[in-house]
Design a protein around this ligand. Sequence first.
Ligand code: ADP
Length: 481
Amino acid sequence: MRVLYVSTEVHPALKTGGLADVNAALPAALAHAGADVRLLLPAFPALKAAAEPTGTAVGVKCPPAAGTVEFLPCRLGGIAGWLVDAPALYARPGNPYVGPDGSDWPDNARRFATLGWAAARFADGGIGHWRADIVHCHDWHAALAPAYLRARGGALPGTVFTIHNLGFQGSFPPDQFAGLGLPAHFFAMHGVEFHGSLNFMKAGIHYADRVTTVSPTYAQEIQTVAHGFGMDGLLRSRAGALTGILNGVDTAAWNPARDAALPAPFAPGLLEGKAVCRERLRAEFGLARAPGGPLIGVVSRLTAQKGLDLLLDALPAVLAIGGQIVMLGSGEPALEARWADAARTHPGTVAVRQGYDEALAHRIFGGADMVAVPSRFEPCGLTQMYGLLYGALPLARRTGGLADTVRDATAAARAAGRANGFLFEAASADDLAAALHRAGALWREPAAWRLVQDVGMRERFGWADAASRYMDVYRDLRPAA
Ligand code: ADP
């Protein structure tokens, strides 16, 4: 089964969110499951610097790039593939989607149409002498590949489109369609048009043979008005082709027993090291020692999606249970300002680090008693899984992948040995505060707390299960490959 895996970011070379973690682990897991996986990514400077060249570049005229693109054969993170080089579009350092001022690059439609075009052109075997059975595209950036393939016609590979976050759609004014080299009749309701705009996400959902998303609950939720971002009707019409496959965790990178970023290792049942991590984290952030409640960690983008305004609104409950917060994140300036303000108002109790820091993220999961993920929506979410494995009980909203990975510490679930964290229902400070009070009460029963923690630390989130589910999707499309 030859799979062309098309995406934009890969940890550690280039990461803006969980997609990079997925791309660092899933291709290897698919290879392990028997697929011949090849990556296709834009030649962003960070990816080009990390890739190991393996052959000679091949240049091809590319209509959406309005020039020639080069396919650079390489290995990236141990996986073979090609970078699509078009310096006028991709040779821009930093975040792959937005410029230094934080706004989208004005030519994003052209930049990511080029990636989709390149995938479709490459898949037929004429360039790299490798023909794809399946083209697997990730998020809106790669979503035009199935449209370009459909436009080409003839014997086509199977196409799979994975939605990592329906909130980012790649929507552009209609006049940007003209330069992309797709047939004019593709700009239609049954095509790439969405309420008068050009919409990449819509194209992926419409043209791909199969659509997947990153948790079973999110697969259901996006078919509802509340979570569908306007695409719920289209997604319902494709329900038969839509599957939710839960992401895994790269346990080579996320294992508290072998994590070089932690001041001390620990493991289920062997928690002395966790106590060291906790005290070091408190010291690092100037938090009071021996408070009367749990240390709550947050590692997140600061956007409305993540619901961290709710945690600020519920701060009185954190204080009431004697809790402390360490927050690592960056994003919307108004939220950054509110968090900075909370840290100023509650020194020794609330500590904030703005920015992006991978090693600190590990230290936070290692040292925290809980990890807060109060998201308004969460396609899968990785930080609650990292928290579970690192003995930090998730405090999470029951939505998307959080609902699929966190089991609330009700009395019944605890008695059954299933509980691994705390869930609340509504995206409200009141519901969050109620869950905080339940957490505070359990924290005061150390033996009961440890049982819940132990369940979490023994969860199995390896990528093998997900890889075998994706293989099922591929085989369903190409039984003979
Ligand atoms: P999303 O992709 O929506 O941002 P996920 O939970 O799927 O959310 O993945 C987020 C990833 O980014 C995790 O690996 C998390 O540890 C990491 N992360 C988020 N913010 C930061 C930060 N400020 N510093 C370090 N890592 C971060």
